[in-house]
Design a protein around this ligand. Structure first.
Ligand code: LLP
Length: 415
């Protein structure tokens, strides 16, 4: 069986008992099932097999090099949003012509780096950015391939912190500025405009918004073609939701049934930037109970992982399933699961029914493969957790635990 599952009251990643990982690597520790990443990437790829397309994994969700390399071997591209992500994608073997570069604040230095690497295109987010890319490309005597990200003003119906396609969001170009964009691109000799991009939000759990966004994009592409722009690529972003707590998110094939007719009508190449769908349920955070603390009527399971390891509950009040690595059959009680960090938002669960545990027991925080380790910090001078990958009965450390020495490596006493 691939991915995370319970067998005889023990949690596994693939064929590896999580208790074995904890014993060898310690806690806190991220564990990723490489076959689970592969299966989910393939599911999306399959859904669009009837048209020319590229699934460019959004590496902001999980940029572990072994993970990226695993997907690159399947033919994945990469959606990157910084020079650092571009560097990691290239290092993990993603061909430059499968890399697309989004983000509202690309610097001249990042633009130059991406042009030298020869990426597929920039997802441009504003008119000043078109001008900047044109300037850098001109100096390098290159023509920069661009797609323009439009803000389709479609509500992704998700948490307001992760909604990106409404007109009040900072992302993409305002639809009313289409004429200005055309004017700007016509003046810019060193950019070549071939794509239209829209990404409306993350953790979507219904298909309607994607359908709406695709139809807005279709209108834009048709207008641009009439105006003489050779638009042949449509990038519909990412955002496919996953099951954190019993949501029933659509399958990629359900999104595809809305998107395929549009792309076929346009006779375009489709790009997709899924992140969470591939990584979210392919990873988990392993942690150990340091203390069981009784405080009046409340019971706290105080664990050795904190918001520095997984900030989603603190930042979005996100729900993650939690289970004892062994011993799920014990009687349950209502508890808060909290971390070691000096913040009241440092929690993984509040008023959650969980089996009784003892000091030293292991817990697994599930669905932590996306926006987990990547959003980690060393707040409270806590070294970053290691990352372990599994395949079959094997596991290996893909990123070492940071050491205390690492925490001070870039510092010196000055002045
Ligand atoms: N493309 C663009 C332009 C994006 O901004 C994002 C995510 C993606 C693709 C990938 O979206 P996905 O398929 O993973 O939904 N930290 C938040 C989520 C932030 C989303 C940022 N953009 C969380 O933990 O829920």
């Amino acid at each position: 069986m691939t991915g995370f599952h319970l067998k005889n009251n023990r949690w596994y990643s693939d064929g590896v008992p999580l208790s074995k990982v904890a014993e060898k690597v310690g806690t806190p520790c991220y564990v990723y099932s490489l076959p689970a990443f592969e299966a989910r990437w393939k599911e999306i790829d399959q859904a669009y097999k009837s048209i020319p397309h590229l699934v460019a994994y959004s590496i902001k969700t999980n940029d572990n090099l072994s993970v990226i390399k695993t997907l690159a071997k399947l033919g994945s591209g990469a959606d990157v949003v910084s020079g650092g992500e571009l560097f990691k994608a290239r290092k993990a073997g993603v061909p430059a012509n499968k890399i697309i570069f989004a983000g509202v604040a690309k610097t001249d230095d990042e633009i130059a780096y991406a042009l030298k690497e020869g990426i597929r295109f920039f997802n441009v987010e504003s008119i000043p950015e078109i001008v900047a890319i044109n300037g850098v490309a001109g100096k390098l005597r290159k023509i920069a391939p661009i797609a323009i990200r439009f803000n389709p003003n479609v509500d992704a119906l998700t948490h307001h912190y992760i909604s990106t396609g409404k007109k009040e969001n900072k992302f993409g170009v305002f639809l009313g500025d289409l004429d200005k964009v055309m004017e700007t691109v016509r003046r810019c000799q060193s950019v070549h405009w071939t794509g239209v991009h829209a990404h409306i939000g993350s953790q979507m759990t219904q298909t309607a918004s994607v359908g709406k966004s695709a139809r807005v994009v279709e209108q834009i592409v048709m207008k641009l073609r009439r105006e003489g722009f050779p638009i042949h690529t449509v990038n519909l972003g990412g955002g496919y939701g996953i099951d954190y707590q019993g949501e029933k998110p659509p399958k990629p094939s359900q999104y595809a049934s809305l998107v395929l007719p549009v792309i076929k009508r346009l006779n375009a190449t489709l790009l997709l930037e899924p992140g969470r769908y591939i990584s979210g349920n392919s990873g988990a955070l392993l942690t150990k109970v340091v203390y069981v603390k009784q405080s009046g009527k409340k019971t706290f399971y105080i664990v050795d992982a904190g918001m520095g390891d997984l900030i989603r509950p603190a930042l979005y009040e996100a729900y993650h399933r939690i289970a004892p690595v062994e011993g799920s059959q014990k009687p349950a009680q209502t508890v808060d699961v909290v971390g070691p960090i000096c913040e009241s938002t440092d929690f993984f669960a509040k008023n959650r029914k969980l089996p009784l545990v003892n000091r030293g027991d292991l817990l697994v925080v599930l669905s932590a493969g996306a926006y987990g380790s990547v959003m980690g910090s060393t707040y409270n001078s806590r070294p970053l957790a290691p990352e372990v990958v599994t395949r079959g009965n094997r596991f290996a450390i893909a990123r070492q635990r940071q050491t205390r020495e690492d925490l001070v490596r870039l510092e010196k006493f000055v002045l």
